[in-house]
Ligand binder design. Structure first.
Ligand code: GLN
Ligand code: ZN
Length: 762
């Protein structure tokens, strides 16, 4: 494909729909309220509508094949017949019901695993290769290409995940087999690409985001060999290798691959990619996909600056070889601002969701093609629209007070004081914070939010749930109680709504996994504490019992990582602002007699950068933020934290550095590995390893939990060990929760007796 003027390209379009109509259709089909035929019909309508939107916006290269019924990684697996044996599949196209069983499980067949797509909040279905040899059973990009051509008369740009990335993200190859499996896979990809070329597709986008990971030289050689082979076999199709989320780790090798174009991320990987271009140049005969519009955040771009950047870049890459595009697929941002009627105008004017980002691309193209006065004026006007927010009082640079990040006493000194104060039994039992949120509670909140229920009526509902569960916990004889978090819909949104600097869109949904969407809060200005956020409910709970009630606050790093964050100052700075606000909440609780306080950081791990060399910097400020929010308390105040993930080894030192008095971690799905980790590292602060998995309604027997406790005690000291479930219980039913906790308390009691007996006999 030859270009004579600058082009715009999109990498992927959100599939959920402006008002989540995709989600609704999907769920209606699962609930059998619509037929398969209607399902297909609706989905096609959405798919074409998304293409039409991009046509109307005059995007030059419009992606096809990025649409999905669930997840594009799952699509790729089913295109090549990678269906695990347990789904009794033999060959041919994978049926819709098998497809959804893989995603969601069916009666007796567990679903495939799900995991995070690089460092985003999008989750994909992990392909399981087993021993299967790939076969092209569904040419999805071809189907999409033909559909766009016939229905809309456009030549779309088919998009697929590349073989290298696909294999790297799959389960079931051994390192030594990687090369041979890659070769097998190359064959089916070649077949797929040949069919595309035959159908008249001039250009294809092959996503290889794995190129931004730390690849070894050997891996990079495999990658080059792979594409040498593919381009040799498929000479008549222009291939663009697309990367995103970071700079590529082997720039020289990547840009010299024998393909037509390379797409780089000029938002997350800006500095490294630019340095590399300046140092090594960029091949004259290649197209450069310039990912310049942020595909992962929601702020307007400074197009004037972008325009200047492109002009400078022209010294290395001539304008006619430049393709303007978002830095990543627009899957990661909400669809459109059109329906946001309630946002503060100054804030709204500074935002750009997917559709508005496509407008940005086209405006940037037009200015680059013809830098006339009128176009320059448009840039200026554009800039003015978001400058209002930048100049607003919400963003006035603030001096932060210097907050302590160390507690006056070391852990071992605090430990003794806290033991005296709390007088807890050995192996104290507790929970992670939330208790089951029944339909009734959710409905009550919904009514209250709509204004159909008074504050008093809503509050009294919440209070009675608290009361009920304080009694249950006393009855169960748990040692440290919680109020249950019934007033919270979401652990970040709840705090965001009460802190200054946050706002919420009405429709700013993004896909998290399958039909599940999240609506991240928007941090638009300086964050600060306004008034107590959790005191009322916690104090009420404490007034009902003599046992300690643990305060429950979401930590600064988690609030940051689960929000859309302003991008005029660093994430670190925003995290510190949140930390200061959270500290105020912690101090309010403390001053009111709540002196055991948990600051949850479940998202600390997921903020870890993709490249190892960047880990330390992130961890340093993330830990500092946590410590800022927890250090300025009395020695006897016991700070707890909670995290949920299984990849524990990687950040054990960071966890130690948090200096929390007690940490609880999710472990039951990977217990063995975790125990191993403690064989080699000494953890010398309070720790609770989840003794049962809250993700399943199963009620584990007390013997089962006892054996987990005992295994943990073989590597961790009993005087520091806590007994708790894996995570919050908000999604569980009441009956199973009570039954499981009852067994948990029994298990702890048996373990205590055994320890006491052992001590006696010594
Ligand atoms: N305190 C929260 C709860 O129990 C923690 C949730 C989480 O770790 N994601 O629900
Ligand atoms: Zn958790």
């Amino acid at each position: 494909m030859t270009l004579n003027v600058i082009k715009t390209s999109n990498l992927g379009y959100p599939r959920i729909g402006e008002k989540r109509e995709w989600k609704k259709t999907l769920e209606a089909y699962w609930a059998s309220t619509i037929s398969e035929k209607t399902f297909y019909k609706q989905m096609k309508k959405y798919r074409l509508h998304y293409l039409q939107t991009q046509i109307d916006k005059k995007v030059d290269l419009i992606p096809v094949g990025d649409f999905s019924f669930y997840d594009h990684v799952l699509d790729t697996a089913t295109m090549f017949g990678f269906v695990p044996d347990r789904f009794s599949y033999s060959d041919g196209p994978v049926s819709l019901s098998t497809y959804f069983s893989m995603a969601r499980g069916s009666k007796d067949t567990p679903a495939c695993e799900m995991t995070k797509w690089f460092d985003t909040n999008y989750h994909f279905i992990v392909p399981e290769l087993e021993e299967r040899k790939p076969a092209l059973v569904w040419n999805k990009p071809l189907e999409a290409f033909l559909e766009a051509k016939h229905e809309l008369n456009i030549i779309g740009k088919p998009v697929i995940i590349g073989p290298f990335t696909f294999l790297k993200l799959s389960k079931g190859y051994e390192e030594q087999k990687f090369e041979s499996q890659l070769k097998n896979l190359a064959q089916v990809y070649i077949q797929l690409l040949l069919e595309l070329a035959d159908a008249g597709a001039p250009i294809v986008q092959i996503d290889e985001p794995y190129l931004v990971m730390d690849l070894s030289t050997e891996e990079m050689t495999l990658f080059s060999n792979l594409y040498n082979e593919i381009t040799k076999q498929v000479p008549h199709l222009d291939i663009i290798i697309q990367t995103y989320f970071e700079a590529v780790s082997h720039y020289k090798e990547v840009v010299n691959l024998p393909v037509k174009g390379i797409g780089l991320d000029f938002v997350s990987g800006l500095n490294e990619n630019v340095t590399a271009i300046k140092k090594y140049g960029f091949p004259k005969d290649k197209l450069l996909g310039i990912g310049i519009i942020d595909g992962r955040n929601i702020w307007k771009s400074n197009l004037e600056e972008n325009h200047r950047f492109l002009t400078e870049l022209a010294a290395y890459v001539p304008i006619e070889n430049q393709i303007l595009q978002p830095s990543t697929s627009l899957l990661h941002v909400p669809v459109s601002l059109e329906h946001e009627t309630e946002l503060e105008p100054i804030i709204k004017k500074a935002l750009a969701f997917c559709k508005e980002k496509l407008d940005e691309l086209c405006l940037l193209r037009d200015v680059t093609v013809d830098c006339n006065d009128q176009n320059k004026q448009s840039l200026l006007k554009y800039k003015q629209s978001f400058e209002a927010l930048e100049k607003s009082e919400w963003r006035v640079k603030q001096e932060r007070p210097l907050l302590p990040t160390t507690r006056p006493l070391s852990f071992s000194d605090r430990y003794h004081l806290q033991q005296q104060k709390w007088d807890l039994p050995l192996l104290p039992t507790t929970t992670i914070g939330s208790f089951p949120q029944t339909k009734e509670i959710r409905q009550t909140r919904f009514k209250w939010r709509k204004g159909e229920l008074s504050n008093e009526a809503y509050e009294s509902h919440i209070y009675s749930a608290i009361e009920k569960w304080i009694h249950i916990q006393e009855e169960l004889a748990l040692d440290v109680l919680v109020h249950g978090e019934f007033e919270r819909n979401d652990m970040v949104e709840f705090f965001g709504e009460k802190l200054a600097g946050f706002t919420f869109s009405k429709n700013g949904w993004v896909q998290s996994y399958g039909s599940r969407c999240v609506k991240p809060p928007i941090i638009f200005g300086n964050v600060s504490f306004i008034e107590p956020m959790t005191l009322k409910e916690t104090a009420y709970a404490q007034s009902l019992t003599n046992k300690p009630v643990k305060g429950m606050v979401t930590g600064p790093v988690t609030i940051l990582n689960w929000s859309f964050v302003r991008n005029d100052i660093s994430n670190q700075e925003v995290a510190f602002q949140i930390a200061e606000a959270i500290l105020k909440e912690v101090q309010v609780l403390e001053a009111n007699g709540i002196t055991m306080i948990q600051v949850d950081e479940p998202a600390l791990r997921e903020g870890l950068p993709l490249k190892e060399e960047k880990h330390q910097n992130y961890l340093t400020w993330a830990i500092e933020a946590f410590r800022m929010s927890t250090s300025a308390v009395k020695d006897t105040t016991q700070v707890h934290t909670h995290m949920c993930y299984s990849d524990f080894n990687e950040i054990i030192n960071a966890i130690k550095a948090l200096d929390a008095d007690v940490i609880s971690i999710e472990t039951s799905r990977s217990h063995a590995e975790l125990i191993q980790a403690f064989e080699t590292t000494v953890y010398d602060k309070g720790i609770g390893l989840g003794v049962y998995d809250i993700h399943s309604p199963r009620v584990p027997k007390n013997e089962e939990m006892l054996s987990i406790i005992e295994r943990a005690l073989s590597v961790l000291p009993a005087n520091l060990f806590w007994v708790n479930p894996d995570c919050g219980l908000k999604t569980r039913g009441e009956t199973e929760t009570v039954a499981a906790l009852k067994n948990m308390v029994t298990a702890a009691k048996v373990a205590r007796t055994k320890i006491a007996e052992k001590q006696l006999s010594n």
